[in-house]
Design a protein around this ligand. Structure first.
Ligand SMILES: Cc1ncc(COP(=O)(O)O)c(C=O)c1O
Length: 405
């Protein structure tokens, strides 16, 4: 009898973490590695938010809270949805979890019957399909093409919907592509969803505050108000306020679902840290100037990375409208030979080549169920980004022009 449950057979360890682990091992050996693989801001949590956490400890706010999160935090979140998204949720329609990740998991676990389907547009965040499987559901992967801006089209959505479809997962701005769905894009998807009342929308808005240039942020519950009652809107403080380690995410949606999610959380983590909840109130309702400052910095970094990467022979990347990732097309390097006689047969091979040849860690597209691509995270200091991109250009230049037979 195996000690490990059969449930885990179909679950893969995260490739984002696998590449980071390999890069860390090389670093430990003393190699000079530029790591552009992780999905978290390199900024410190802004001082006024950290202070709110410290104050919470000093004032002894260190006891259990209500499972759904303190009333004060949920009130702050209610205000945020009104202020930023014009969405009117009651406090009871809001739950707070240990990061947006737990909120997604609780929602799937609370709602899926065995074999029910969840439409996951790809490229996607590595965790979605595995979370669906862990919750007993079946992920239905729907490819979104680069030529469609990596966005789900209404036609593809229509084709993927079946009687057992329970959820459509939407993530905008997107990890890993940076694609941003405008209100028009969401309206066109909503047209299809109107015909299929069994389908609900899980809108993962965790990168909401990182939208650049002309693009504007939109979310399904606002873009299609008649889907408000069928939508779970998820967000958090990790990316917008550089608080990945504090573990605070939240969801708002149908009260029946929120109650069920609270049951799961009540029997697992209970709630996120009381201290983090106090800091999150400040992050959500306090001074917001850090949000704009982060966005400006990320936009500068994006421009640098896109400009450099498009100079690398064999690589191409459109400027992403949001998040902090560049999803680079590496089709033209597949089949090329390396100086030591190896052949690059896949994006994973190319990523390993970059690590070994020039010491740059990125994540292969296969980790996001889309090949041949790789993801650069530009949540790194600008000097590291410039150095990393220059190394990538050098590695591409070194590849033999002719292809292996
Ligand atoms: C699309 C997406 N959703 C959710 C999360 C998780 O956010 P949190 O740190 O709040 O759990 C991430 C983190 O990388 C993400 O990329």
């Amino acid at each position: 009898m195996s000690l490990v449950s059969g449930r885990l057979k179909s679950i893969r360890p995260s490739q984002t973490k696998a590449t980071a682990a390999r890069a860390a091992a090389l670093k430990a050996e003393g190699k000079d590695i530029v790591s552009l693989s992780l999905g978290e801001p390199d900024f410190d949590t802004p001082a006024h938010i950290a202070e709110a956490g410290i104050r919470a400890i000093r004032e002894g706010r260190t006891r259990y809270t209500t499972v759904a999160g303190t009333a004060a935090l949920r009130e702050a979140i209610r205000g945020k949805f009104l202020r930023d998204n014009n969405l009117d949720y009651s406090v009871d329609q809001i739950t707070v979890g240990c990061g947006a990740k737990q909120v997604v998991f609780d929602a799937l676990f609370a709602s899926l019957e065995p074999g029910e389907e969840v439409i996951v547009p790809t490229p996607c965040w590595v965790s979605y399909p595995d979370m669906v499987r862990l919750a007993g559901g079946e992920p239905i992967l729907v490819e979104c093409l680069e030529t469609d801006g990596f966005k789900l089209t209404p036609e593809r959505l229509q084709r993927a919907i079946a009687p057992r479809t329970k959820w459509l997962m939407l993530n905008s701005p997107n990890n890993p592509t940076g694609a941003v769905y405008g209100a028009d894009d969401l309206g066109a998807l909503a047209e299809i969803l109107h015909r299929h009342p069994q389908v609900h929308v899980l809108s993962d808005d965790i990168y909401e505050k990182l939208v650049y240039g002309e693009a504007g942020f939109a979310t399904m519950a606002g873009a299609a108000p008649d889907l408000f009652d069928r939508t779970l809107t998820i967000n958090g403080v990790s990316k917008a306020s550089a608080m990945t380690g504090w573990r605070v995410g939240y969801g708002a949606g149908p009260i029946e679902l929120i109650k069920a999610m609270n049951v799961i959380q009540g029997q697992t983590t209970s709630h996120t840290s009381s201290i983090s909840q106090h800091a999150a109130i400040e992050a959500i309702a306090g001074d917001q100037s850090h949000v704009a400052a982060f966005r400006v910095e990320f936009e500068n970094r994006r421009d640098l990375v896109i400009d450099k990467i498009n100079r690398a022979p064999g690589l191409s990347c459109r400027a992403p409208d949001g998040a902090f990732y560049a999803f680079v097309n590496c089709e033209s390097v597949i089949g090329r030979r390396t100086a030591n006689g190896g052949v690059i047969e896949s994006d994973s091979d190319f990523v390993l080549y970059l690590l070994d040849e020039v010491g740059v860690a990125v994540v292969p597209g296969s980790g996001f169920l889309a090949s041949p691509y790789f993801r650069i995270s530009y949540a790194s200091a600008i000097a590291d980004l410039a150095d990393g991109c220059d190394r990538i250009i050098a590695a591409c230049t070194r590849l033999a022009e002719d292809r292996a037979a």
